[in-house]
Ligand binder design. Structure first.
Ligand code: PLP
Length: 346
């Protein structure tokens, strides 16, 4: 379909919250020169959405409209202790006068730092339950969501809206179908050769990747996308992502043919020991971008993914004519939550 047709299709889905799109798409000239490889660009989704911004802004815009249409007053979601998704949900709920119930499957830390501190300031109700909730690759993402939904609904009540981890629903991921359209249009307006472009993004629950992929496929865009797994979180993850991508095609009135084997995802390679454990390369990547372009990345998602980008460039995966668009998905409050892991003296 053409960009105008996709734009009309997306306009049929209500959105709430103002998230100031398009986010900037900018070249990184100093970094490109240092790497002496492909041209590196950055897409600033870290600047979008409520509560200090990040990729969840685009998802929440669609999800919050669904919450409103169902007349829900309470919203449940969950994530890792430093979940940016939880923090942005707390901000969206505060802005709309709703109650946010955030579930964390860990002991309540003391003191509250980073995103947890912000959740508290935003008035969210935090529930700390110190036993497992998946996220260790023992369960699929869908099973984890089903179990948490049962448990959290018992606690908060049956009338609450349950939002899957990371806003990983078809409704939420329409936000990244819209982002694919935005990147396609911006790149065309900048006269960039579309067939040379690869978008790289961090992958946690994978909704961002699925939305981008579905959007580019719907447009028949020559732009490629590649996801970099940062956490080894879910069992049979590529199958879940293929299903979500095909469901996104379906709601737009098309048929997707994605399968686990065809998902553009580098699983595990750059995830380090586990989710939320920054690697030595993560620190190097964060410092390199900070000191060459004045742009900050986070230790859990974007720092790990950017380390993956640097490794792929160093290993000759891309040619000097290629253009890499790194999607900055936000997460910066996490920088204040890992003081021990980040000794900036080294
Ligand atoms: C800062 C940041 N980047 C990337 C991601 C990954 O996005 P997704 O869950 O859509 O894969 C998340 C959340 O999971 C995030 O908070």
């Amino acid at each position: 379909m053409t960009p105008d047709e996709l734009s009309r299709q997306l306009a049929g889905f209500p959105q709430l919250l103002s998230i100031q799109t398009p986010s900037p798409l900018e070249p990184l000239p100093q970094l490109t020169q240092k790497l002496n490889g492909p041209q590196i660009w950055i897409k600033r989704d870290d600047e979008l959405g409520p509560g200090l911004g990040g990729n969840k802004g685009r998802k929440l815009a669609f999800i919050m409209a669904e919450v409103q249409s169902q007349n829900k007053r309470k919203v449940i979601t969950y994530g890792g202790l430093q979940s940016n998704h939880a923090r942005m949900t707390a901000a969206a709920c505060a802005a709309l006068g709703l109650e946010a119930h955030l579930f964390f499957f860990a002991k309540r830390p003391f003191p509250l730092t980073g995103n947890l501190l912000l959740n508290d300031l935003l008035g969210a109700k935090m529930h700390f339950i110190p036993f497992g909730s998946g996220g260790d690759a023992s369960m699929t993402l869908e099973t984890t969501n089903r179990l948490v939904r049962i448990l959290a609904t018992l606690r908060v009540g049956p009338r609450a809206y349950f939002m899957p981890v990371g806003g990983h629903s078809v409704t939420g991921c329409l936000g990244y179908v819209a982002a694919a359209l935005e990147i396609h249009n911006q790149s065309a307006a900048l006269n960039l050769p579309l067939d040379k472009i690869t978008i790289l993004t961090a992958v946690g629950t994978g909704g961002t990747l699925a939305g981008l992929l579905a959007g580019l496929q719907l447009l028949n865009s020559p732009i490629n996308v590649l996801g970099l797994d940062i956490g080894k979180l879910w069992k049979a993850f590529p199958s879940s992502l293929a299903r979500l991508t095909n469901s996104l095609h379906e709601v737009i009135g098309s048929v997707g043919h994605n399968q686990a084997q065809t998902m553009p995802l580098i699983e595990k390679t750059y995830a380090g020991p586990a989710y939320a454990h920054p690697t030595a390369q993560t620190k190097v990547a964060i410092k390199l971008l900070a000191q060459s372009e004045g742009i900050l990345l986070d230790p859990v998602y974007t720092g790990k993914a950017f380390a993956g980008l640097l490794d792929l460039v160093a290993n000759g995966r891309f040619s000097p004519n290629d253009i890499l668009i790194f999607l900055h998905t936000g997460g910066l409050p996490g920088l204040w939550a890992y003081p021990d892991l980040f000794d900036f003296q080294d």
